[in-house]
Ligand binder design. Structure first.
Ligand SMILES: [Zn+2]
Length: 217
């Protein structure tokens, strides 16, 4: 079995999604690229992660050809791989149905940069795509265009996608985005929330990633 360590890492991360209340039952996806071989490891869709072993993870190349695995990759793999094809510094994609971020996708409202933590991880608001079924010809491309040089995008009427240089970064962004969307929703019930300016958000991101000492992205 190839990429044993990465398979375990992908599965462990998938098991954290329900723990962090980002998905329920068998929802969500974790996809990661091995920088050495260029192969991609992805969770099989529609299965209960609790019952899966690292062997159940699917390994493909960047063209979605199956390299190793007993399950077939879902059509959405085209999109997960698309992010890593478009931005070579990215090695991981996490997709969840976390409730507050998904609520923003249903309301077609971007999540503004509202906290320092959100600024540190995103540096810009998180946009929303129009509704895309997996069969929509734009499904594998539009979310990548809408995300641009950011680190997350909301699929309209569906849920968030976060990306990162590592699996940890993509997961941390999934948690941070959900937390920010929740805080913003609460703040709106209290009064009119103040969001960070574009400059404040960018500066905070820049400080965290380039001057704080630990390079992330
Ligand atoms: Zn989904």
């Amino acid at each position: 079995m190839i990429l044993e360590e990465l398979r375990s890492h992908v599965l462990k991360t998938a098991l954290l999604l329900p723990k962090y209340n980002l998905v329920w039952m068998a929802g969500g996806t974790v996809c990661a690229r091995d920088p050495l071989t260029g192969y991609v490891v992805v969770t099989p869709s529609g299965l209960d992660y609790e019952r899966l072993t690292p062997e159940d993870m699917i390994v493909t190349d960047m063209e979605m050809n199956l390299v190793e695995g007993k399950y077939r990759p879902s059509v959405a793999l085209n999109l997960w791989i698309g992010f890593m094809r478009a931005r070579t510094e990215l090695n991981a994609v996490v997709h969840t149905h976390s409730p507050y971020a998904t609520a923003f996708s249903v309301a077609y409202q971007p999540v503004p940069v509202i906290t320092e933590t959100m600024a540190d991880w995103f540096g810009q608001p998180v946009p929303v795509t129009r509704y895309l079924s997996v069969e929509d010809p734009e499904f594998p491309t539009l979310p990548i265009e809408v995300m641009g040089d950011g680190y997350a995008v909301l699929l309209g009427n569906h849920g968030p996608i976060t990306v990162g240089k590592t699996i940890e970064h993509a997961l941390e962004r999934a948690v941070t985005l959900e937390e920010a969307a929740r805080t913003y929703s609460i703040a709106r019930t209290i009064g009119a929330p103040t969001t960070l300016t574009e400059e404040q958000a960018r500066d905070s991101f820049d400080y965290y990633h380039n001057r704080y000492g630990q390079k992330k992205s």
